[in-house]
Design a protein around this ligand. Structure first.
Ligand code: SF4
Length: 492
């Protein structure tokens, strides 16, 4: 069979198109203006996607047919014969492919090649369970792919080194003492992408800026090597820490090439494991990195399909507040709370922050203030450069907003300013004080936390992991004043 292989924008790596099956096959890549302009994406995300597709086309040379059309259908009609495609990564794209199969535009759909575990294997593992905690899945993944295993036991005797990976940022430091992240060198393709995006007038959000992430397999391999050699060892202890002047900390920045399908997750995992065996990185750092990729990333991918289409409409906490404009417009300057301004500013300037600003600042604020989970999910999927349809539901609806009623997390991830003060250097430069609940200096996270506990008192009292928070809330002598203040708060 020599049908051309049609690649989506998140299927850019050689593990998709250079396999035994597809080696030498004609490759079809499509820039659909309809798909690019359908939602309000971060400007830099559109850049990364276009840059990735065009760099691949250049690399493939004559093998590639690169089409710019309004719709995918138009492109496939131009190809003129049925194509093969891999199962895409979202429900809407899957529906589209299914229609194309019926209409004869697509002749065959192969399984998604950009993750370690296949869907069938996951379904077998998941069986008929209703709740999904990550730890068990993660251990099964370690065993299944023989990563950090010593026979049947985990290397080092423990599965989980989370405990070592929760350091506060180093006192007094402006930046981590670690080599700067790998940076791509922009070329003529990037220049053209920038000019095309300026001219196209797609609805976007956020600022343009230099390209910061790898988009080809070659770039991703370099970024991975640089990370493993220079940054992985420091990654673990400070993976949850935030410094105002250090946007990347020791994170790998590999989520973009991985989610573009330019880097296979097992390549990253194996490189990290090798660094441990070579004595270049401590076990807790390597384990933390492996957990993020082989554990968490694979898990949210599988759960996207498992939880199904209706999952993003779950709203267990009945959160009804629309996202404010300053939020969706990434107007960080309109925000007084330093942590919130910092996190939003990171999204505005780079389309990226690491998981703690996402979960413990942005997500935490949104849950405290009752923002609509479905809107928040869409926002995370479009305003972040590594956001795709499958990435956010388990993260946002499940983990961050507890909107699924506890299918993923045993308790809501709400916390007050004390957590942010411990894990960041942002409170010292803030107009608010994390210890103050009432009055002009009242921290919106601390006060917002107690307001949240009060609003969901019944549910939290019934959960033995959160019952104590309710008891503490009841002892607050200034609770009435706090509730009055927070319900009147219009700015943050
Ligand atoms: Fe954020 Fe409160 Fe700290 Fe200000 S004091 S940075 S609002 S946690």
């Amino acid at each position: 069979d020599t049908a051309p292989l049609w690649l989506f924008a998140d299927q850019l790596g050689p593990h998709v198109w250079d396999t035994e099956e597809f080696a030498g096959r004609e490759i079809v890549i499509v820039e659909s203006t309809r798909a690019l302009g359908r939602r309000r994406h971060h400007r830099q995300k559109l850049h990364l996607v276009l840059s990735g597709m065009r760099h691949l086309a250049e690399q493939l040379g004559d093998r590639a047919t690169y089409l710019r059309t309004d719709t995918y259908r138009e492109a496939l009609e131009q190809v003129g014969r049925p194509v093969v495609v891999h199962q895409p990564t979202s429900f809407p794209a899957s529906d589209m492919v299914r229609r194309f199969v019926k209409e004869g535009l697509v002749t065959e759909v192969r399984p998604t090649p950009t993750f370690a575990l296949g869907k069938d294997e996951f379904d077998y593992w998941a069986g008929d369970r209703e709740t999904f905690r990550m730890e068990e899945f993660y251990r099964a993944q370690r065993e299944r792919f023989s990563v950090l295993m010593d026979g049947e036991k985990p290397v080092g005797g423990k599965w989980n080194y989370d405990h070592d990976n929760r350091e506060s940022p180093p006192k007094g430091a402006e930046r981590l003492e670690v080599k700067a992240p790998w940076k791509p060198r922009e070329d003529g393709i990037d220049e053209q992408v920038r000019a095309d995006l300026d001219a196209a007038g797609y609805p976007t959000v956020g600022n343009d800026g230099p390209r910061r992430f790898a988009v080809t397999h070659e770039e991703a391999t370099r970024a991975l090597r640089h990370f493993v050699r220079h940054r992985l060892d420091t990654f673990g202890p400070y993976e949850d820490a935030v410094l105002e002047q250090d946007w990347a900390m020791a994170h790998s920045l590999l989520s973009v090439p991985m989610n573009l399908g330019a880097l296979h997750p097992l390549e990253a995992v194996h490189a990290a494991e090798q660094a441990y065996h070579d004595g270049d990185a401590r076990l807790s750092s390597v384990e933390g990195f492996v957990r993020q990729i082989l554990g968490w990333r694979e898990y949210v991918w599988q759960l996207y399909w498992r939880f199904g289409r209706g999952y993003t409409r779950r709203n267990h906490l009945r959160a009804r507040t629309p996202l404010p404009d300053w939020w969706t417009d990434l107007d960080a300057d309109a925000v007084t709370a330093n942590c919130l301004s910092h996190a939003l500013g990171g999204v505005r300037d780079r389309g990226w922050t690491h998981h703690i600003p996402r979960l413990m600042i942005l997500g935490n604020h949104a849950m405290q203030r009752g923002y609509r989970p479905a809107e928040l999910n869409d926002w995370f999927a479009t305003a972040f450069v590594d956001g795709f349809a499958w990435v956010m539901p388990a993260n946002v609806i499940g983990m961050s907003q507890h909107a699924d009623g506890g299918r993923m997390a045993t308790k809501p991830y709400a916390s007050g300013g004390a957590y942010i003060d411990r894990m960041t250097d942002l409170c010292s430069g803030c107009a608010f004080d994390p210890k103050v609940r009432v009055g002009e200096k009242a921290c919106p996270f601390t006060a917002g936390y107690w307001q949240f506990v009060h609003r969901h008192e019944e549910m939290l009292a019934g959960n033995n992991r959160t019952a104590r928070a309710v008891a503490t809330m009841k002892r607050l002598t200034d609770l009435d004043a706090l509730l009055e203040q927070e319900s009147a708060r219009e700015e943050f």
